[in-house]
Design a protein around this ligand. Structure first.
Ligand SMILES: Nc1ncnc2c1ncn2[C@@H]1O[C@H](COP(=O)(O)OP(=O)(O)OP(=O)(O)O)[C@@H](O)[C@H]1O
Ligand SMILES: [Mg+2]
Length: 236
């Protein structure tokens, strides 16, 4: 297991319990889709895994250094003065040789189609471009586990395809993917398992075909009658 969570609960200072005794594990190389309605605890869960929130109850076993999180709110993840510098930021903190940094940043920009924006100020990027920038910034660190919080938000059709292709490539390369989304019809056919969160608890977790029935009662739309294998925006 690359990730194991046991009996994890998280309570905010105001007393609100956002996660309620959550237990699950993830195998290396798995693509786990996590869904649930607004406020069900998806982002809080990812933030606990990343170590941004410190839960008082439960255990999380994973290598946090090798856990990359692409934030739901792209703005809050952008730190650099230019696209290129922003992507380089994490690598610079590792004090890698300049040459290697340049190479890896170029590669990440190429993958996320950002080369034309290399010297642009991140604040001036479009919503979709910002989203691709934050993905590039995580990708460049080459984490074993990559968690993406609503990666399709703000993206147009080609943007969704691009990001989806990239995610699947990462999986092919052996990365473990945690993908938080409401938009099951875009991606579910590629998922190994689907987790449904409801009011901070795991309402269902298993192969998509076995869990899909429970989606509506968790407030998640899933096209009725559509076979899981057709739930992808990538048509092979
Ligand atoms: N700092 C905070 N203090 C109190 N409650 C909070 C705080 N941050 C988040 N919450 C609450 O925790 C719950 C879970 O939030 P979370 O962001 O994980 O939802 P989500 O499932 O990611 O929803 P969405 O689909 O809208 O992104 C929400 O009800 C939210 O209002
Ligand atoms: Mg969220």
């Amino acid at each position: 297991m690359i990730l194991e969570v046991q009996d994890l609960s998280y309570q905010f200072p105001n007393g609100f319990r956002a996660l309620n005794s959550v237990s699950f594990s993830v195998e290396a190389g798995e693509l786990l889709v996590i869904s649930g309605k607004n406020g069900s605890g998806k982002t809080v869960l990812l933030r606990c895994l990343k170590g941004l929130y410190r839960p008082r109850q439960g255990t999380i076993s994973l290598n946090q250094e090798s856990f990359g999180l692409v934030f739901q709110d792209a703005e809050s993840q952008i730190v650099g003065q230019t696209v290129e510098k922003d992507i380089a930021f994490g690598l610079e903190n590792l004090r890698l040789p300049r040459k290697e940094i340049t190479l890896r940043v170029r590669e990440a920009m190429k993958t996320l189609d950002l080369l034309d924006h290399a010297h642009q100020r991140p604040r001036s990027l479009s919503g979709g471009e910002k989203r691709r920038l934050t993905i590039a910034g995580v990708l460049v660190m080459n984490p074993d586990i990559i968690a993406l919080d609503e990666p399709f938000a703000n993206l147009d059709y080609p943007g969704v395809l691009q990001v989806l292709e990239k995610i699947l490539l990462l999986k092919e390369q052996g990365h473990t993917i945690l993908l938080v989304t409401h938009e099951l019809e875009k991606v579910l056919s590629h998922a190994d398992r689907l987790m449904l969160l409801d009011k901070g608890s795991i309402a269902a977790l298993g192969p998509p075909e076995a869990v899909r029935e429970q989606a509506p009662s968790c407030g998640v739309y899933i096209p009725r009658g559509m076979p899981v294998e057709e739930m992808s925006w990538l048509k092979e």
